[in-house]
Every structure is written in C-alpha cells, then in structure tokens.
Design a protein around this ligand. Sequence first.
Ligand code: ADE
Length: 250
Amino acid sequence: MAEPKLIVDIITIFPQYFAPALEVGPLKRADQINLITIRFQNLRELADSPKEIDDYPYGGGSGMVLKPEPVKRALERAGYKDGFVILFSPQGRVLTQSLAHELVGKRHLILICGRYKGVDERIMKYVDLELSIGDYVLSGGEPAALVLLDVLVRLIPGALGDMDSAATDSFESGILDAPYFTRPKVFEGEPVPEVLLSGNHAAIRRWRRKEALRRTLKKRPDLLEKADLSDEDLELLNEILHEERRRTDE
Ligand code: ADE
C-alpha cells in the first residue's frame, strides 16, 4: 500500500479523548483510504510509574508540570528527528488557514499535548513550533490537537468526498465564504436569490465572489487588508460600497 500523505504522532496522557472524533467524517475516511496515519504515544505507558508523569514546579506555585523524561521517550518513539514537533500552548503562534497549508506539507507531525501548568521548559529544544488555537486557555492540548487534525485533513487531496470541497471554504482565498441556499425555493416568504436559479455559471461565480466580499467587509474587515484581491474584487467592492451607500441614503 502507498505511504500515507501525513503521519501524525500524538503525545498525550489521554489517547481515549480522540477515539470518537476519529470514527466519523473526513478523519475516518482519510484513515480508511490511508491518506493519514494517526499514532498515539501514551505518556502513562511511557512513564515508569504514575508519579513519573508530572510534578510540582520548582520554586513553588500551583499546578503540575509534565516531567521531561516521558515526553522525551515519547518523542523518541515517534521518531522526532525526522518529524516536525508541535507543542500546543496558549503562548504559541495562532493557527490560521495559511499556517495549516504549511503544516500539511510536512510528512510527519508530532503533536505534544501539554497538561496542567505545561511541560518542563527543557523539552523546548525539541520543539519546532509552539501552536495556539486562539487567545483563551484550554486545560490541555488535546482539544487543540483535534482542531488541528480537522483543519489539516480537509487539505489532504482526496480526503473530502466529491460532494465536499475545501477550495471555496472561508479563509481559503483570504476572505469569508459566500452565503448558501438549498431547497425549498421559498422559505417563510423569503426566496432564493434569482441568480442562483439562472444556470448562468459566470453570473453565479461573480455573485458568490461579491457576496463573499460583502460578508467579509461586514463581519471581518481586518481580513480584507491582508487578502490578495484581484482587479475584479476591487471592482466588486466598489459596487458593494455604492450599494451600501445608496441603502443608507434611502
Ligand atoms: N493549551 C492551553 N490553551 C491552549 C490554546 N489556546 N491553544 C493551544 N493549546 C493550548
């Protein structure tokens, strides 16, 4: 069988946390068709005794710190020298879609899920990237690892079914995605926009791009400053601004 596109080792004291999420959706599919291999390095099994997993911080203070020896053992079992080591931490670089594209290009990721107060600082020399999933504090890296897996699997070619596509997802072109409609044609008196029923693919594409830009302008104007906008995008934004101005004048 061909090599999987992505091998992920997860270093954790809670491998069972991941089981339900790996049994559904794109992660299950990607595993079944050998696009991703997820392995667990269970810190509890790698420690000589339960007391070996974590300890009080030197110098005092509340909370527990993961001890370095089992983490190092887990890194060795995962083959860290040929992998890209990520430590989840609220102090890390914040995950974005463009960072996800960079990470999915690595063949082997090793994810360290910190717990309690964190991981002994002497593990940092083995870490290639500290990664945060947002400006809030989780009680451990496991939810962050699941978020990362979900984001990455969508980017592996073939992992999504034909019905699904990541290409038009929000953030893929630096802006939010357009609104979508499905049957019925009229819901609570509100019809689906005419253009979507027209069968005119060029007009539909233009409408979607315009509405994506409109949404981004309204909900996340900060994204527009960094987005790579085409001449057509600028034209559409101009139209939107005129329309919005007209609406407020009325
Ligand atoms: N561990 C604790 N908080 C975290 C966060 N926001 N992102 C990633 N890992 C974390």
